[in-house]
Design a protein around this ligand. Structure first.
Ligand code: MG
Length: 742
């Protein structure tokens, strides 16, 4: 027995002994730099912009003391874009043996052919052509011409039903998307457009955000059972949610490494947070895998899996070290777990087949156990009763490349392939992937959600209006002069503002509304009608010695042409509407207007904000506190000091309960509103959503000079017309576009 142990001991020694260190003298790269991993076993190259490391981005020390491809000297080569191999129905120019970053291609169609896609394309730093595949189509086929991506050749020219085309990439390029496509009865091609890429080509964060974002938006919207098919009129949708499963799978194997794994976890958290601000509630299942599969949240944990914060928390808590054997990459095993959870759900859930399913897989590919993962994908498809052209919308598999040595073919095999969509993404780095997820929500402007603004935590936005996309600027040009006011976009047809912005005899054509950024992208609208609150009556309280009353200082401006929403032009939420219920995550059907009021306006001091124009065209957020309870007494006292109200017996006749009060220097100094701020929204932020609770009406002191804001004087208070007291009137004016609570 003793003998045997000794033997085993020496055997282990003899296996470990011959590992030799690799010589760092041979790894240097011409024109670039390199980094050596801590254990000295891996070298990572980087090159300046427009170049890539050749023959590979990394080298590993191979046991025998040699680096991978050691004989080939590393060099930074110029990035090339694929060369057009074949083009139908037109010409392209210039024809060159190679195309480098910055080179352009121009396309023209022959007579009788119509152009689709991009007319001009530029070779980009990531080795891809800008824009979309240029197609010259004679429009004779049942399906439109599927085109030939640059770098590919096509076989097959029949575009009738069941006609097939297949593609090949030029030597040295790898194919993403579908090799073969078939013309379907619905005039669409099966699969997704192929692309041919060099090994060094990656997707930019902007591309991923846009493409994944819009694909996700499409999936979410089509999962809505009350979806109105006519997309031009989606305003009255009620999103019931709860009909989607989202599986998040993260590869934790050694090849991915702890750093990338940790970033992938952060990406998952960002994703969940973004999705939670959409108007629907998916169920999450989260798992990670190496040799073994670890379940973080499953489909059967109904107490957690619909709660975004809890799911994100569980992901955060999971440690890389919980995978004890990281040698294996069991991608199929992970997909099998998805299959198992789906089958369990099928037994419990009679609406099982109504659910849409999204699988988000982050991996470097390179599976080395469990077998071919795409076999499991087919099993899942079968189980969900998905066949060609049948229920395809019930499953989307997105695969994101994780790490710098990615098996592109494997990623492509697993990912879904759908017409005009893309499901596989490869980034330059994991940080670039994270950046892409950060930007996703901004691109999904298809959502007509209220109170959403571009998340500007990481990146300076181009336009203030992406931060405050609901701000409207009103210009009233009357014979006597020009006046400016602010307002807020509440629907595609209505702007909410202050009634005092208008004279009684103002005509709608005096008013111009400006929306969105202040540059050429700005949107302007004419006005069809000005609706003032019927109880707004400035001279109505003269008997109480109030020279001008601002009670119910609310007006709705009806536009002569509706607005198309975008990332710079979106509506704010109004309390007591279903939109605000979603924003406040109060999705119970029984939630009432009173519940919104209690939620938004409880406590003596309520954090709020308004938006002002600090200098011309620069919007800035001002943080204030709404004074309630005992704090409100100070507001009333300061109102009493106003010269105009010196003969008023009861100041509560001026400052009725319908006003919200901000300003003053206690407990903190609140910035004050200035004249041009009138009509703008007083807003409460909840998570990433914004709900308007007041309209800026009047103040006790005016110390502003133009755009310059002076130090806030003591006794400076601002009063805002409350939205909730005005709700009954708003209901009567906006009858179509908002859904109101009781
Ligand atoms: Mg691996």
């Amino acid at each position: 027995m003793m003998m045997l142990l000794l033997l085993l001991g020496s055997l282990a020694m003899s296996i470990a002994a011959p590992i030799e260190e690799c010589n760092l003298d041979t790894v240097a790269i011409v024109g670039g730099t390199y980094k050596v991993s801590e254990d000295g076993e891996k070298v990572e190259y980087s090159c300046p912009k427009g170049k890539y490391p050749f023959p590979s981005a990394t080298r590993e020390c191979e046991g025998d003391g040699k680096w991978t491809n050691e004989k080939e000297k590393a060099i930074c080569k110029a990035i090339e874009c694929p060369k057009p191999v074949m083009f139908e129905g037109g010409e392209h120019d210039p024809r060159k043996p190679k195309y480098f970053v910055g080179d352009e291609l121009y396309f023209e169609c022959w007579g009788g052919f119509k152009m689709f896609g991009s007319k001009n394309r530029t070779c980009q730093e990531n080795g891809k052509w800008s824009g979309e595949t240029t197609i010259c189509d004679d429009q004779e086929g049942h399906c439109p011409s599927p085109g030939i991506p640059i770098g590919a050749s096509k076989v097959g020219t029949s575009y009738r039903i069941e006609g097939k085309v297949s593609y090949n990439c030029q030597n040295g390029l790898r194919m993403f998307g579908s090799k073969t496509r078939e013309c379907k009865e619905n005039k669409k091609w099966s699969g997704s457009e192929p692309s041919c890429r060099h090994s060094y080509t990656y997707d930019s964060p902007e591309e991923v955000a846009k493409v994944f974002g819009s694909s996700l938006a499409e999936t979410i919207e089509s999962s809505d059972p009350d979806r109105v098919e006519d997309t031009s009129d989606r305003k009255l949708q009620v999103k019931t949610g709860g009909l989607m499963n989202i599986f998040i799978i993260i590869d934790a194997s050694k090849s991915v490494g702890e750093k990338n794994f940790t970033t992938a976890k952060e990406i998952a958290e960002i994703f969940i947070e973004k999705v939670s601000s959409f108007d629907f509630t998916p169920r999450y299942s989260v798992l990670t895998y190496a040799s073994q599969i670890k379940k973080i949240v499953t489909l059967s944990e109904s107490d957690i899996n619909t709660q975004a914060d809890k799911v994100a928390e569980a992901i955060k808590k999971f440690k890389y070290s919980e995978h004890d054997d990281k040698q294996g990459t069991n991608t199929r095993g992970a997909l099998q777990e998805v299959y198992n959870q789906l089958s369990l759900d099928n037994l419990r859930n009679e609406k099982f087949l109504d659910h849409s399913n999204i699988i988000i897989l982050m991996t470097d590919g390179n599976h080395n156990m469990g077998g071919d993962p795409s076999v499991e994908v087919n099993k899942i498809r079968e189980f969900l009763d998905i066949r060609k052209d049948h229920r395809e919308d019930k499953l989307d598999i997105y695969v994101f490349g994780l790490g710098n040595q990615i098996s592109q073919d494997e990623l492509n095999d697993i990912a879904s392939k759908k017409d005009r969509e893309k499901h596989v993404f490869q980034m330059e780095s994991v940080d670039a992937l994270k950046k892409a997820f950060d930007e996703i929500i901004d691109e999904t402007s298809a959502f007509q959600m209220c109170g959403l603004s571009r998340d500007h935590s990481e990146k300076q936005t181009t336009h203030d209006n992406e931060k405050y996309p609901w701000i409207a600027k009103l210009t009233i040009t009357r014979p006597g002069g020009v006046e400016n006011c602010k307002g807020s976009i509440v629907t595609q047809n209505f702007i909410l503002t202050a009634a005092h912005c208008f004279h009684l005899d103002d005509q709608p054509h005096f008013v111009t509304v400006e929306l969105g950024p202040s540059d050429s992208a700005k949107v302007t609208r004419k006005v069809q009608n000005i609706h003032r609150h019927p109880d707004y009556n400035p001279s109505g309280k003269k008997d109480k010695n109030i020279p001008k009353s601002f009670e119910y200082d609310l007006a709705l401006v009806e536009l002569s042409q509706k607005i198309d929403f975008s990332s710079t032009v979106r509506p704010i939420c109004l309390p007591c509407t279903s939109g605000a219920s979603w924003a406040l995550q109060q999705r119970d059907k029984a939630v009432s207007c009173k519940d919104h009021e209690n939620f938004l306006l409880s406590g003596d001091l309520v954090k709020a904000l308004f938006i002002t124009e600090e200098s011309r065209n620069t919007l800035e957020q001002m943080n204030v506190q709404i004074k309630q309870g005992n704090w409100r007494q100070g507001c009333l006292k300061d109102a009493e000091k106003v010269e105009d109200f010196k003969d008023v017996v009861d100041i509560k006749d001026v400052v009725t309960d319908n006003f919200l009060c901000t300003g003053g220097v206690d407990p903190e100094v609140d910035p004050q509103t200035c004249k041009g701020d009138s009509g703008g929204p007083l807003i409460i932020q909840y998570k990433k959503r914004y709900i308007q609770v007041g309209v800026i009406s009047w103040g006790t002191v005016n110390s502003c000079k133009g755009y310059k804001r002076n130090q806030v004087p003591a006794g400076s208070r601002d009063f805002h017309a409350g939205i909730i007291p005005g709700m009954e009137w708003i209901k009567k004016i906006i009858t179509q576009e908002l859904i109101y609570l009781n």
